[in-house]
Design a binder for this molecule. Structure first.
Ligand code: ADP
Ligand code: GLC
Length: 484
């Protein structure tokens, strides 16, 4: 049955993306729209928004709307643009909050930027006269929305039947702010609804508050859903998550194969498929030339495309990567931005092994596609990984992933078994250089010694189906359950 879903998010590809949340917001919304649901995504109209030459129309009845946030009298307007499939995306325009260089920041008013987003979304629905079956919130940025519905907007019968979903894409970011923020968030009068221990310690936590008040909590893989109930991975929220385990659900992310398919990817020089891998070798040569690597068709090309943060586990490469490059067993291409210690390490590797290793320190969607298309092995040794998309993109492009058995990586990559000739990648258990070294050596040995087995391994991965067509059904079932 068609449902109405208000999708509140801080990222939406291609307009605003820093990681997988943008991809998931866009692809899941597009999928739900195709399936006939009335889905309306809302995100801020950041100054840095990539408009891609699209026309943005003001929504006539959503202009100049006053929004009192404690000491601040704000005004917002809503703009919309229509995507190819017909989906309308809504943008909250409020230059005082979103007229900044980047999507996220470290300014003092970060809480205000996203608290106001939650309220602007609700106020827009009111003025649309629209009562969504479900408000689907994502990460800490929109986690206050369920609480706003039951406090500041409790008077509005329009939302009487609306339920809320909070999807956890990453517990590493919780939105923790000084307690004084309550006034500006218009929630001082409702302080008893916040986690009292936090208040006593002088802070509030957006994500925790969302966990308390969302009708249902989901996260983006089954394994992560159980991991976050433990002290190792719960990041302080494990107790609360355990208490909510009956309404905590793991739904593995899907892949947008419109964007990520080597058969029809306009960003790669040569298309290819599981039936014909010839184009992949040509992409490898093209990338080696572009990145200043020696053109070596027979040398395995290792790849990294990532935010460079502790989450991604690249510490494990500090000891394991250089020996492999020094012995001439592989080449490396890396793309990423983030923390200096990883960027410095990758720059050092590139400088130490010219022609054998290259690092592009930056963000480039085009290069990300070309790397997936060209590389032989993808490195994702994450410390933790709620879902991860790059390993699934890699599988589709015949780029065999090396992953740590955690979160969504554990749910989507199966360990290669040479005897049974099964599996899709190399999976190691322990977050240690020894674990990483074992997987790297296993992969390189297989590549060098058994090209036929390697090809079968690639093809098995390419044939796996992680489409939203499949994964989206679980969200649809959840919305049905909530609406009933
Ligand atoms: P996370 O959301 O934790 O960063 P995911 O694997 O879910 O991890 O998603 C990462 C997304 O961001 C992928 O689409 C990946 O291609 C993209 N990405 C990350 N870093 C870069 C970069 N430097 N340039 C281009 N794309 C990047
Ligand atoms: C987060 C996670 C990543 C996940 C993405 C989309 O950024 O780190 O694992 O794939 O969100 O859900």
């Amino acid at each position: 049955m068609p449902r109405s879903i208000c999708f509140a998010t801080s990222e939406f590809t291609p307009f605003a993306k820093t990681g997988g949340l943008g991809d998931v917001a866009a692809a899941l919304s597009a999928h739900l729209h195709r399936e006939g649901h009335d889905v309306r995504p809302f995100l801020p109209l950041y100054a840095s928004l990539d408009r891609g030459g699209r026309d943005f129309q003001p929504v006539p009845f959503l202009q100049g709307i006053p929004l009192q946030m404690g000491r601040f009298q704000l005004t917002f307007s809503v703009f919309t643009t229509q995507l190819e499939g017909g989906l309308l995306v809504y943008f909250v325009h409020c230059p005082a909050l979103y007229g900044r260089e980047s999507v996220y920041g470290s300014d003092w008013d970060e809480y205000l930027r996203f608290g106001a987003l939650c309220r602007a979304v609700i106020e827009s629905c009111q003025r649309m006269g629209w009562a969504p079956d479900v408000f689907h919130c994502n990460d800490w940025h929109t986690a206050l929305l369920p609480l706003y519905l039951r406090t500041v907007y409790a008077w509005d019968r329009l939302f009487e039947r609306s339920r809320t979903v909070l999807t956890l894409h990453n517990l590493g970011y919780q939105g923790v702010f000084p307690r004084q923020a309550l006034g500006d968030l218009e929630l001082e009068a409702h302080r008893e609804l916040f986690y009292q221990e936090d208040l006593q310690a002088g802070r509030i936590n957006f994500l925790k508050t969302g966990l308390l008040y969302a009708s249902v909590v989901t996260t983006v893989s089954r394994t992560y859903a159980s991991e976050i109930q433990t002290a190792e991975q719960g990041m302080g929220l494990e107790g609360l998550l355990r208490r909510r385990r009956d309404s905590l659900l793991g739904i593995v992310n899907g892949v947008d194969y419109q964007e990520w398919s080597p058969e029809k990817d306009p960003l790669i020089p040569h298309s290819f498929s599981a039936e014909d891998l010839a184009g992949k070798a040509k992409n490898k040569q093209a990338l080696q030339e572009r990145m200043g690597l020696q053109v070596e068709p027979k040398l395995p090309l290792l790849a990294i495309v990532s935010r460079l943060t502790a989450q991604k586990g690249f510490d494990l490469l500090f000891d394991t990567l250089a020996p492999v490059l020094a012995r001439g067993r592989a080449q490396l291409v890396a793309l990423g931005t983030g923390e200096d210690r990883y960027a410095d390490f990758l720059s050092w590797i590139a400088k130490t092994f010219p022609g054998r290793a290259a690092f592009h320190h930056g963000y480039s969607n085009e290069l990300a596609h070309q790397i997936e298309a060209a590389a032989d092995i993808f490195l994702m040794p994450s410390r933790y990984e709620p879902c991860g998309l790059n390993q699934m993109y890699s599988l589709r492009y015949g780029t065999v992933p090396i992953v740590r058995r955690t979160g969504g990586l554990a749910d989507t990559v199966e360990l290669y078994d040479p005897e049974a000739d099964t599996g899709t990648g190399f999976v190691f258990d322990h977050f240690t250089p020894v674990g990483m070294g074992w997987a790297l050596d296993f992969a390189l040995r297989t590549y060098h010694q058994d090209p036929e087995a390697w090809k079968r391994l690639q093809i098995r991965g390419m044939q796996r189906d992680f489409s939203w067509q499949r994964q989206g059904k679980e969200y649809e079932r959840l919305y049905d359950l909530l609406a009933a």
